[in-house]
Design a protein around this ligand. Structure first.
Ligand code: 0X9
Ligand code: CA
Ligand code: ZN
Length: 438
């Protein structure tokens, strides 16, 4: 027996998962989800059919159908789109049985467990911190990798962020694998040991855990966090919520809660951006990368305008060096340029805030593929290692750039200069100098 239901998207997406798991528990095939345009003529046609109408979304009605329903829709000449790929719970492929619905990609709990293992396996080099709590009470974790990890040493600090946007699963894996690589190769690789000894690498692989879980269990295409907005819609775009040029205009972000690029009610209105802000502010990061997907490009400020910053040459030079280092691994070329001029304008994004408030080289790396035809947000499991392999040399380069620019050798020179100028000021060099006055 079928009941016709028409709920709002959010409520039914929740109900959907239990509906699907109920179906599966009974040993039934999970069916297919299609969408049709929402208009009066179609609505009249559909009403007679007693279909399982699930919810409405961006002008389309989503329906759970079986083969018989599909034949009926065909007969009535109803144009529909197969939307099943957006709902992981519907997948019938073997991946699911082998490795869970998110395959080799990390869920929140899987990430938490892996971070704990790293900390336990490398107690001298790895430490996990909680830097915030989300609206749904998940923790935002930061992994610190350095020699004497429990001490805050006078070494350059570098920051790697992943997964501001829920559906960009590959952006969790790349920074996590970077942390793993540093730890697993510390004992055997002299270059890695030098880098880990002379810097403090901080990795926040999952800035948006609520969103990620939502993509795994309900809707693979979700982007924002899970804030319930005043109009009943869900989500703030965390990469529009930072406090530099926040809400600068309505092309770089949206004041509309239902928009995919909704900026929130105020700068840092969201727990995720507050966590990053409160974690970053007391530290002295010298460079950062925020991983996203997709486009295969390296972007740097400004994002809010098409104008360059006053450090265009430096930002461009580092990006060029990173792009060149990335090519040999798989032959892929990462383009690079100012975010606003090379891609499109955004305001309130992470890198504008990091650069705007402290002047440090800040990059958004949009991981592969280059376009939607080649998979868009849906990288396969087999993509993870190759994409990490090509990003590793770029990340190491950026850490090394910080060491060369602000590390022990540079510091000795600075201290020597300070002493010759005024011996009393020598102590001031203890704090790492920054690229700009902050
Ligand atoms: O729009 C974003 O937040 C980033 N792209 S994504 O497809 N991953 O959502 C790009 C942010 C970089 N900044 C600018 N392009 N201005
Ligand atoms: Ca250290
Ligand atoms: Zn993104």
């Amino acid at each position: 027996m079928k009941k016709t239901k028409l709920f709002i998207a959010a409520v039914v997406l929740l109900a959907l998962s239990s509906l699907l798991s109920f179906g599966l528990a009974q040993g039934q095939e999970p069916g297919t989800i299609v969408s049709v345009e929402k208009n009066i003529t179609l609505e009249k046609k559909l009403r007679k059919l007693e279909l399982d109408l699930l919810f409405e979304w961006e002008g389309r009605v989503y329906i759970l159908v079986n083969d018989q329903d599909l034949r009926t829709l065909d007969k009535l000449n109803v144009a529909y789109l197969d939307e099943s790929y957006k709902f992981p719970a519907l997948r019938k492929d073997k991946l699911r049985a082998l490795a869970g619905i998110n395959g080799a990609y990390h869920s929140y709990k899987e990430l938490e467990a892996d971070l704990e293992v790293l900390q336990r396996s490398y107690p001298q080099l790895a430490q996990v911190f909680t830097i915030g709590t989300t609206l749904e009470n998940r923790k935002i974790y930061a992994l610190k990798v350095s020699d004497n990890v429990s001490q805050d040493e006078n070494e350059p600090e570098v920051l790697f962020l992943g997964c501001h946007h829920a559906r960009e699963w590959i952006s969790v894996e790349v920074p996590l694998l970077l942390g793993k690589h540093l730890l697993e190769n510390y004992a055997s690789d002299a270059n890695i040991r030098r880098i880990v000894d002379q810097s403090e690498v901080w990795i926040v692989p999952l800035v948006n855990p609520d969103g990620l879980e939502y993509t795994i269990h309900y809707y693979r295409y979700w982007r924002k966090n899970r804030r319930l907005n005043s109009d009943g819609s869900y989500g703030v775009d965390i990469n529009r919520n930072y406090g530099y040029a926040w809400g600068y205009d309505n092309s770089g972000s949206s004041p509309e809660p239902a928009s995919e690029v909704y900026r929130g009610t105020a700068a840092f209105s969201e727990p995720e951006t507050r966590a990053i802000r409160d974690f970053v502010m007391p530290k002295h990061f010298q460079a950062m990368i925020s991983y996203h997907s997709f486009s295969q490009v390296i972007l740097y400020p400004w994002g809010y305008t098409t104008s360059p910053t006053d450090k265009e040459a430096l930002l461009n030079g580092i990006a060029a060096a990173m792009s060149q280092l990335m090519r040999p691994a798989n032959g892929r070329t990462y383009g690079y340029g100012g975010a606003g001029s090379a891609l499109y304008v955004t305001n309130g994004d992470t890198t504008d805030w990091a650069f705007g408030t402290s002047g440090i080289p800040s990059y958004t790396i949009e991981l592969p593929p280059v376009d939607e035809l080649r998979g868009g947000f849906f990288n396969s499991e087999q993509d993870i290692i190759p994409i990490f392999n090509e990003n590793l040399p770029a990340a190491l380069y950026l850490i090394d750039w910080c060491i060369q620019t602000f590390g022990p050798t540079t510091r000795q020179i600075l201290e020597r200069n300070e002493k010759t100028i005024s011996p009393g000021k020598a102590k001031a060099a203890k704090r790492l100098p920054n690229l700009s006055n902050r």
